[in-house]
Structure formats: C-alpha cells, structure tokens
Design a protein around this ligand. Structure first.
Ligand code: PEP
Ligand code: MG
Length: 327
C-alpha cells in the first residue's frame, strides 16, 4: 500500500472537479531538502529556523544563516521557500542562555518569537539580512511568527526596511519585492486579520498555536489533550474569518499547523477556502491521495455543514466520515 501511495504521489494534487491544490513541506533543517524532493512537495511552506539556533547551541551569525537559507533556496529553486523568522521560547526554549531567555511562569504566554526579536534588533536584523541576501538565490519568502496585531507587524517591517537599505547601500543583491507574510496563530491576529491583510502578501495559519490560545489548552499538556479540539466550532469559525478577510484583500492563505497534514481535517480546510497546505513531507502522499479522490465542491459542502454544527464531536464525526468514504 505504501508503495502504491508513493506511485500515486507522482501525480498532481488535483481534485475530481479539476482544482489543483498546492502542497508544501514543513522543514527544520537544511538537509531535509532531500525529503522535500523525495515526497514531491511544492517547495517549503514553513522553514522553522529556530532549529538552526537550537542545534548550534548559540545564535548563528548572519553569514552562517545566509549560507543555510541560500542552500535551501538553491536546492529547491524554482519552488518557493517560506522562511519563518525565529520562534524561540514557549515549547522551544534556548538552554544555556538565561540572560536572553530568563525563566518564566508561563512561557507560552511569554517572551517568545516576534516578541523576543523586536526586543533584540541586533539578533533579529542579522536574520532579516541573511534572509534578504538569500532571496537573490531563489524564490525566498518570509513570515513572522506570533504576530498579535498590527503594531508588531509594522515594527517588524520597519526593521526589514532598514535591513534592505543597509544592503542597498553596500550594493549587496536581494529581491526587493520579497513576499512578507504573517503567521495567524494568536486569536487577536485572527480577529484583526482584515487589518493585517492590508500589510501582508500572504497569511499562514499556525493551527497548533491558534487552537492552544483560542481554547486555552496547553498544546503539550497530556492531561488536557482531550480538550485540544481542532474541530471546536470556535476554531472552524475563526479559520473561516481569516480566510474570508484574506480573500477580500486578495491574498492567499496557507495552513502550516498539524491540521494541514491530517486527512481528517485537510478537506475541511480546503472547503473553508484555504489555498495551500504545508506539512511534514512524509504526510504528503496520503493527503494528496485524498485530494485526488474528492471534489472541491464536496469539501465546500462539508465546510458549510460543519459551520452549522455546534459541537466539536459532531464536526469531527462529519469530517472523519468524509475522508473515510473516499480512501
Ligand atoms: C503552529 O503553531 O501551528 C505552527 C505551525 O508553528 P509551531 O508548531 O512551530 O509553533
Ligand atoms: Mg506556532
């Protein structure tokens, strides 16, 4: 069966009613480019760059980061590579750097990701320059994690503009039109997505964190894992809100949380209007197989029905039956 799935994976992710869906890869390391190719992903939808920092055990230099990003861009060109800026903290603390990451009572609500970066312009700007320089070597795009509202997005973009000007002054090449997106993974960002969409080239929804923060359920606490419900009506409504606001503003929406690579949820996401899915490469064949066995119009009906239901269990059952009937 594995082999048949890999065989079928060579064909495009086109639904029975003729719509081709973009399936990208989530990666954490440069050498995972081999997996991106093996599983025929359309480039990378989420490069979790914090692992460069965690694996090195220190803050890597601009030069080291440039070489890593350039290697990924060149290896996968002409496919796009979406680089997410540093998301340390929360479930990914940096050990051995208590001066940068002091111990906190609530790390998931604390000093992480864009909050840390905006507070450390010297660290953040090294990364921004490295990403910009790599953008001269392939289709590099970038996005900021844990954006909670417009002011953070503006502050990050001001630093990005400063970096572009510094590179320009030194005549170092970069793509001046590099696409910049925001991760939508905090409820406040989702609720103000109409505002954020005006200053973004795309959205990428991080359902792992969005569900955690929306339902107030720690994503790594096993005791309450049963409360972590991707099909909670609040989650479904919030996803619809973000997709609708993005499309009103003519930008695309990707989902790069675990939901995207789960055959139970992928049709619901597509039915809600999500344009692209990004997942760990080995999950691509199963999701593609399902996409090739369904009509997009049926998934739209599924989403419509799901939005009318009021219980997570009922929506889960609906989604589960939808995919079980097709595979
Ligand atoms: C997410 O929150 O859904 C996401 C993709 O980011 P991470 O899992 O790295 O927090
Ligand atoms: Mg996240």
């Amino acid at each position: 069966f594995e082999q048949r799935l890999m065989e079928a994976n060579r064909r495009p992710a086109t639904t029975l009613d003729g719509v081709t869906i973009t399936l990208r890869a989530n990666i954490e390391k440069v050498d995972e480019c081999a997996l991106v190719k093996e599983y025929l992903a359309d480039g990378v939808g989420l490069f979790r760059t914090e692992f460069l920092y965690l694996n090195a055990g220190h803050i890597p230099s601009e030069e080291d980061q440039f070489h890593a990003y350039k290697a990924v861009a060149e290896s996968l060109a002409p496919s796009p590579v979406v680089i997410r800026t540093l998301d340390l903290g929360g479930d990914k603390p940096m050990a051995g750097h208590p001066h940068l990451f002091p111990k906190e009572d609530n790390p998931f609500l604390g000093y992480r990701a864009i909050r840390f970066c905006l507070d450390h312009p010297e660290i953040f700007k090294d990364q921004l320059r490295a990403i910009l320089r790599a953008s001269a070597h392939g289709d590099i795009r970038m996005m900021y994690p844990m954006i909670s509202g417009r002011d953070e997005l503006t502050r990050a973009n001001v630093m990005l503009t400063e970096c572009k000007e510094e590179l320009k002054a030194k005549k170092i090449p970069f793509n001046a039109a590099v696409q910049v997106g925001a991760m939508i993974e905090i409820p406040s960002a989702a609720i103000t997505s109409d505002v954020l969409a005006k200053d973004c080239d795309f959205f990428s929804i991080g359902t792992n964190d969005l569900i955690q923060y929306l339902l107030a359920v720690d994503r790594v606490n096993n005791r309450i894992a049963h409360l972590y419900e991707p099909t909670h009506p609040a989650v479904i409504r919030m996803l619809k809100l973000v997709v609708d606001e993005a499309h009103k503003n003519k930008i695309k929406v990707s989902v790069c949380g675990e939901m995207a690579g789960d055959s139970v949820y992928a049709p619901l996401l597509l039915g809600l209007g999500v344009d692209e899915l990004s997942m760990t490469p080995p999950l691509i064949p199963a999701v593609k197989y399902l996409i090739r066995s369904m009509k997009l119009s049926d998934s739209q009906k599924l989403a419509e029905d799901a939005l009318k239901l009021t219980s997570a269990k009922e929506i889960f059952t609906l989604c589960n039956e939808f995919s079980r009937m097709r595979v």
